[in-house]
Design a protein around this ligand. Structure first.
Ligand code: SAH
Length: 453
């Protein structure tokens, strides 16, 4: 047993994707905030559940050689980077471990090759998209991040994972709101105007888009704001207001008003061009996205004669990559706006051997299969909850030669690979890619081949 508020010593043997060290007290699993594998720590228990407890470090008795000093002043308070106390190479090893552990524990696949996680050469300023809540600070308007699991605003400090321009624009806006007495939103009363700042940047072209989410329909001094921002940041290609008058924690409303320049920015992944509008989904780490997609294309090993399915295709990025080497690609996506963007992206890149279908993959694919449309190679890139079993069932019936699974969640990945390998697809290789340095998130690309019978 362990008891709340009592102190214990434990050795730490693992780390979770939330950055919690895994220890054990009297045979009970304890998750310890801030502790690293290999360490001996004195902890105080702050939560006891049926099968585990949680605690925090009181003293590090023996420190890990992988422990580093977090670079950010608000580390531990901001909800952003859980693994900042862990050396970057050790983070990559931990991420490989997350994938392996899930494959063994959930996937019952102990023998699969998991390659080392591909990391970034420079794991800083990698995010192309930042959303910052705008709220009242102690004496002035503040623009900051929400603290972990709360709505406390963390002000100031330069964020090292977002593109530098995001920090710069935040500072200019913050000064501007204070100097011009422009009101900011108050969650308690639902009053006040400016709610969020969104900055999106295209790394390949430098183009930047600014969106201010406001509560009222108008913004005072908007011409002055446009001047203040564009004179300092010539990279800004467009500025938009987004109207959100609802008392909700959903960031964006439905209506946009353009107050400067264009409503889209252009970015490239590989040779393909993408037009990004304020609400479009676009991978947030463009450098590693290219690494991920190249791996997916390599695993698909297309010769030019294949029919390929790209399921959960979003705005069609992977579909376009695949189409270069396939006979025909069918993309399936459930969000109408994303599908529209996918069609437009195919058009502007002059790719004609791709067709997009709207709907849930688990409904569209069985229907296509009934009509006799089968894939030689299937690529899936589902959201965190993984693939629906109805989809996996149809895929195994279809008996594709190869399948490439792109995953952002090792546990649902392991569940799906278990199913697929039980029904005739063999997991050949797993390649984790680090898209989110300093956080516990890990993406992985997996190659499956039809097992010989
Ligand atoms: N492959 C894309 C997007 C991956 S994100 C890229 O790399 O950019 C996952 C996508 O799956 C999202 O666009 C989401 O809208 C879509 N989606 C979620 N559930 C779905 C379902 N049941 N069927 C089809 N698409 C789905």
């Amino acid at each position: 047993m362990v008891f709340k508020d009592k102190c214990y010593t434990t050795g730490i043997t693992g780390i979770t994707s939330e950055g919690l060290g895994v220890g054990s007290v009297n045979g009970f699993v304890v998750f310890v905030e801030g502790a690293l594998p290999g360490e001996e720590v004195l902890i105080q228990i702050n939560q006891v559940k049926k099968s585990y407890a949680k605690g925090k470090v009181v003293e590090i008795l023996k420190s890990s050689t992988d422990r580093i000093k977090p670079f950010c002043g608000v580390y531990g308070r901001c909800g952003g980077c859980d693994l900042q106390h862990l050396d970057y190479d050790a983070q990559l090893r931990a991420k490989t471990g997350f994938v392996k552990d899930n494959l063994i524990r959930i996937g019952k696949l102990p023998d699969v090759t998991v390659n080392n996680t591909i990391g970034m050469e420079n794991p800083f300023n990698y995010r192309n998209n930042v959303q910052l809540p705008v709220r009242k600070g102690a004496n002035k308007s503040s623009i900051g991040f929400f603290a972990a699991k709360s709505y406390e605003i963390i002000e100031g400090t330069e964020c090292r994972i977002q593109h530098k321009i995001g920090n710069g624009i935040r500072n200019v806006l913050s000064d501007f709101l204070v100097k011009n007495g422009i009101s900011v939103y108050d969650e308690q009363t639902g009053k006040g105007n400016v709610r969020h700042l969104i900055v999106r940047s295209a790394f390949s072209t430098g183009e930047t888009m600014v969106v201010l989410v406001i509560n009222e329909r108008k913004l005072a001094e908007k011409e002055k704001l446009v001047n203040a921002l564009t004179s300092e940041f010539p990279e800004i290609k467009g500025i938009m207001l987004n109207i959100n008058s609802k008392r909700t924690n959903i960031v964006l409303g439905n209506e946009y008003i353009n107050i400067y320049g264009e409503s889209t920015i252009t970015d490239y992944i590989g040779d393909f061009k993408f037009q990004i509008s304020p609400a479009s989904f676009f991978q947030v780490n463009p450098v590693q996205t290219e690494v991920l997609y190249k791996k997916a294309l390599e695993y698909a090993s297309l010769s030019g004669n294949e029919i390929v399915f790209d399921l959960y295709c979003g705005i069609g990025t992977i579909s376009l990559f695949l189409a270069q080497k396939a006979k025909m690609v069918y993309g399936v996506e459930v969000v109408p706006d994303a599908l529209k963007a996918a069609k437009r992206n195919a058009r502007i890149n002059k790719v004609s051997n791709v067709e997009f279908r709207l709907g849930k993959a688990e409904e569209v694919i069985p229907a296509m299969y009934c009509q006799g449309i089968k894939a030689d190679v299937v690529v899936v890139d589902p959201p965190r909850k993984g693939c629906d079993e109805r989809l996996l069932q149809t895929i195994v019936e279809m008996e594709p030669r190869r399948m490439v699974y792109v995953s952002c969640n090792p546990s649902t990945l392991a569940r799906d690979l278990k199913y697929l390998s039980e029904y005739g697809m063999k997991v050949e290789e797993v390649q984790p890619v680090d898209m989110f340095p300093w956080s516990g998130h890990v993406e992985a690309v997996i190659l499956l081949q039809r097992a010989e019978r």
